[in-house]
Design a protein around this ligand. Structure first.
Ligand SMILES: Cc1cc2nc3c(=O)[nH]c(=O)nc-3n(C[C@H](O)[C@H](O)[C@H](O)COP(=O)(O)OP(=O)(O)OC[C@H]3O[C@@H](n4cnc5c(N)ncnc54)[C@H](O)[C@@H]3O)c2cc1C
Length: 483
């Protein structure tokens, strides 16, 4: 099935969520046909699906993720903006209490869009399913991988659909079936063994609901309230989303989860490290009931470390690594991973070896580098909680001290904040934090932290106004009272 004007014959993508859709998009440039097999039928509109319950909770997109989307789908971002999605400068439009200190606000920070996950997925799905060489089969659950006789190459999948079992052949099979991926079991059955698993246990719970956004309110477009670990175990988020709404998500570690009744939801918000979020929502009009979602652990399946790996097979998305969502990295890692997949398949087209000369192994290796930075950022902060289950690196105490100082530094020093955002938004790798100017500022701050109390060297209390305004933002009802 090789060699055609597009390069390769048929690709099979397992799962039609964000990783599956982006994979299909990049593969459509190189394969005659791409088949997406999705177990859970798609809704007509921008609605959350049963199999992706995380879609009911806040989904931030980092700048690097936005750029990938923009590159893969011309005019998609502008189309969403025309339909009521905010495009934002996160340094200007976000009010962010991180680890107990408020981030500096200035013009010229990373760009992003504020959009609900079902809306984003619906828009991306619309673009991908409109591609002439992409076919989506809904209600088709993949049951196992098919291989050649020597079991060295994946040649397709066995799938159960409305009319029973069938096989679907592919020169490349992408597993983007999310956290519940059965690939470890499939690979074990084929004699490859299971990948090493890394877990960082956090027992995190999200509870979220939509509110009507107060008219004319523009002191911030996204508010994040996240206290300092280990004392604080709760965080809260309010984000503008399409339809003139706010999505409000509350989360808590180690079983301290926000209830799903009205009073309990508000009471939990009141118990956040600062009262700001509670003040903003207590008089706002809820549009939906609170819903909850639990995440026991961040989990990384190290396919890149497997001693043997079959040809014709790659994995992307939560199937490989499901991160603690608090930094909003998941979809961006997927976007970068999809772009990488496209690049590697393009290279394979130009090489004499074609698709089956170690592409899977090389892809998982390169993907693990993208994941590594994100994993380090999130798990390090999670390990500040003594209850977190996971391997503690040597020197963790010193690392946490320095990371906390770095975060506090970004509350008052715009240059350092810019360097921090560059890494967080994946404009640069962690080496972005090793630049001489940043290192010098952090070293000086580390020294200062030994003698100056935290409240005198970081903004712990005042929600900063947007650039150009002097007055600190207040909830709409209090603004009315002050007027
Ligand atoms: C509460 C919460 C908040 C989050 N917030 C953010 C955020 O702010 N920003 C961010 O970037 N990320 C966030 N994430 C992470 C993000 O949701 C995930 O990284 C992303 O959804 C993973 O996408 P995926 O396509 O890999 O898997 P999924 O979205 O889980 O989709 C897997 C798909 O595969 C299908 N499937 C499964 N098995 C089969 C099979 N055998 N055959 C056929 N189809 C199958 C499923 O039906 C599903 O459609 C958050 C996650 C959670 C839980």
């Amino acid at each position: 099935m090789q060699s055609s004007k597009r390069g390769f014959g048929q690709a099979v993508v397992i799962g039609g969520s964000i990783a599956g859709l982006l994979s299909a998009r990049v593969l459509s440039d190189h394969f005659e046909k791409v088949i997406i097999l999705e177990r859970d039928p798609f809704p007509e509109g921008p609605e959350a699906r049963k199999s992706t319950p995380q879609g009911r909770h806040i989904h931030a997109l980092l700048e690097a993720g936005l750029k990938v989307l923009d590159g893969l789908f011309p005019d998609l971002v502008q189309e969403m903006v025309r339909e009521g999605v905010d495009i934002v400068d996160l340094a200007r439009d976000a009010a962010w209490l991180q680890s107990g200190s408020w981030k500096a606000r200035y013009e010229g920070g990373p760009q992003s869009i504020l959009v609900s996950r079902p809306f984003l997925e619906w828009k991306v799905r619309g673009r991908v399913t409109a591609l002439p060489n992409v076919e989506v089969k809904q209600g088709f659950g993949v049951e196992e991988l098919l291989t050649d006789a020597a079991r060295t190459r994946v040649t397709g999948v066995k799938v159960k659909g409305p009319d029973g079992e069938q096989t679907v052949e592919g020169d490349l099979v992408v597993d983007s079936s999310g956290r519940g991926s059965r690939a470890p079991h499939w690979l074990e059955l084929l004699g490859y063994g299971r990948p090493e698993e890394e877990h960082v246990g956090i027992d995190l719970g999200y509870t979220s609901r939509f509110y009507e956004r107060p008219a004319g309110f523009d002191d911030w477009k996204i508010l994040v309230v996240n206290g300092r670990a280990p004392e604080a175990r709760r965080a809260g988020f309010i984000s503008n989303v399409e339809g003139g709404r706010w999505i409000v998500s509350l989360n808590g570690y180690f079983g301290d989860h926000a209830p799903t009744d009205d009073a309990g939801f508000l009471e939990f918000a009141r118990g956040l490290p600062t009262p700001h979020l509670y003040e903003y929502i207590r008089h706002a009009k809820p549009l939906t009931a609170p819903v909850s979602h639990k995440i026991q652990a961040s989990r990384w399946m190290h396919y890149e470390k497997m001693a043997r790996f079959p040809e014709g097979f790659v994995l992307l998305g939560d199937a490989v690594c499901a991160l603690n969502p608090v930094f909003g990295q998941g979809m961006t890692v997927i976007g970068l991973g999809a772009r990488l997949l496209g690049e590697q398949v393009a290279q394979a087209r130009n090489s004499s070896g074609g698709l089956h000369q170690g592409l899977g192994r090389s892809f998982q290796k390169e993907l693990s580098k993208i994941i590594g930075t994100c994993w380090f950022l999130t798990t390090t902060l999670d390990l500040a909680h003594p209850q977190t289950r996971g391997k503690r690196p040597i020197g963790l105490k010193g690392l946490l001290w320095s990371v906390q100082n770095m975060i506090d530094l970004t509350s008052l020093d715009v240059k350092s904040c810019m360097a921090f955002y560059d890494v967080l938004h994946m404009r640069k790798g962690v080496e972005g934090l090793l630049q001489p100017g940043f290192v010098a500022a952090l070293m000086a701050y580390n020294a200062k932290s030994l003698v100056v109390p935290r409240e005198k060297r970081a903004n712990l209390t005042t929600l900063p106004p947007p650039p150009g305004r002097k007055r600190s933002p207040a909830p709409p009802d209090q603004q009315d009272a002050a007027a």
